[in-house]
Design a binder for this molecule. Structure first.
Ligand SMILES: [Zn+2]
Length: 411
């Protein structure tokens, strides 16, 4: 997992799309250009917000949040829209949604509000897991002595042991009856937000322009696959997917937010991530950080150095939850095992080129290499400086293992 380097973003291009008429960058754009771009994202969104807000049957929560996010007095605010779309931290937006969402439940049922929200998710998780103790753990996180009377068939005593499969099923109807109203209203809210923040309405042209402007060259989730931006007849194209870090089904109001887009490879986006809720289970967010020094590749034992089988793994140094979840979701330890030959070559190179020799090369070929860093890249075949890891696949693997092998990467 690699941090996305926002320094390499082409902000002029991005700001054209996320147009802000008051922004400083605008001196370089003429009025026609501004108007053309505004029509592609901001104007249609503004129209949709207004339409939804003005509808008489719009859900009160949707209305309340649209007002909070986009209105000033009773007027929709252009700059509030552009600021919202370029917001980097979603905590405030998400908690406003969650607070409003919990108000669906009548005051008398308030003390059950958490269970009404958490149970459907916990239930789905529990059903997918076969390991009894893990399943029990998930269930008892939600069903506690204080609320277990809601679950027909489950008693406090049951919670001390693994509830039998039939017991869980027998409580299903009861829970469903309780959550019916909540689910129905939540569906309406999600549907209305989806109509406003319609990702599919974002034209292909804009998506490709956006991807190209981020200059992300390698999938930040896996650091294994190139993302290629190219041009056909002057039009930008990209081989990348745009992953929504917070998925559209649960956080539809973030579907168009710049920092919710992670340019990623298809495998990570469509094969591995699927519907995992990154809002519930914490994952590393590449817009904020990478694995850095907390999730590192390490050789296992000394066998690899003695000509034995190559064994390596990603070590979660502080046993962080975010790294644990990211490793699991993207199956990083597993997919990296396919790169044993690469690791084998690195080990041999590290043995051939010791630090003394590297210094000697640098002196002998002082005109050839710009820096020690560049020489390392050429000899070891990859970028090894932290801020450059996103430039080539497997760079993080190379950097960490060279560290592990005692090659001093920085002078
Ligand atoms: Zn990937």
């Amino acid at each position: 997992m690699i941090k996305i380097n926002t320094k390499s973003f082409d902000w002029l291009e991005i700001n054209k799309i996320y147009i802000d008429p008051k922004g400083r960058d605008w001196s370089e754009l003429d009025k026609v250009d501004r108007e053309e771009y505004a029509k592609l994202l901001i104007e249609p969104l503004k129209g949709k917000i207004q339409t939804q807000y003005d509808k008489t049957d719009t859900h009160r929560i949707v209305k309340q949040l649209l007002e909070q996010w986009f209105y000033e007095g009773n007027k929709i605010s252009y700059s509030k829209i552009t600021n919202y779309l370029r917001e980097k931290n979603f905590e405030e937006i998400i908690s406003a949604f969650e607070e409003a969402r919990s108000s669906i439940i009548a005051a008398t049922d308030k003390r059950f509000s958490n269970i009404l929200i958490d149970w459907p998710v916990a239930k789905q998780k529990a059903m997918e897991i076969n390991e009894p103790s893990e399943r029990k753990h998930i269930i008892t996180e939600v069903i506690k002595p204080g609320n277990c009377h809601m679950f027909a068939g489950i008693t406090i005593t049951d919670l001390g042991i693994e509830p039998e499969r039939s017991t869980i099923y027998s409580s299903k109807e009861k829970i469903e009856a309780v959550t019916l109203v909540y689910d129905k209203e939540l569906k309406t809210i999600i549907k209305e937000f989806k109509a406003v923040f319609n990702y599919k309405s974002l034209s292909k042209k804009i998506r490709h322009k956006l991807l190209t402007a981020t200059h992300v060259m390698v999938c930040p989730y896996c650091n294994r696959q190139y993302i290629t931006n190219y041009k056909v007849a002057g039009e930008s194209r990209s081989t990348a997917d745009i992953d929504h870090f917070y998925c559209q089904d649960r956080y539809p109001f973030l579907a168009l937010s710049l920092y919710n887009f992670i340019p990623s490879c298809q495998i990570c986006n469509s094969r591995f991530k699927l519907s995992v809720d990154f809002g519930k289970d914490e994952h590393i967010n590449p817009h904020k950080r990478g694995f850095d020094k907390d999730g590192v590749f390490r050789l296992k034992g000394v066998e690899s150095l003695l000509g034995g089988p190559i064994e390596f793994e990603i070590v979660n140094v502080d046993n962080s939850e975010e790294i644990k979840n990211s490793l699991k979701t993207f199956r990083l330890n597993e997919v990296y095992q396919t790169h044993q030959d690469y690791v084998g070559e690195l080990v041999k190179k590290a043995q051939i080129y010791n630090d003394g020799q590297l210094t000697e090369y640098l002196e002998n070929f002082s005109e050839l290499f710009e820096s020690k860093n560049e020489m390392h890249r050429i000899i070891f075949g990859n970028y090894v400086a932290e801020e450059e890891l996103g430039k080539r696949p497997l760079a993080k693997l190379a950097k960490d293992l060279l560290d592990d092998l005692g090659i001093k990467i920085r002078d």
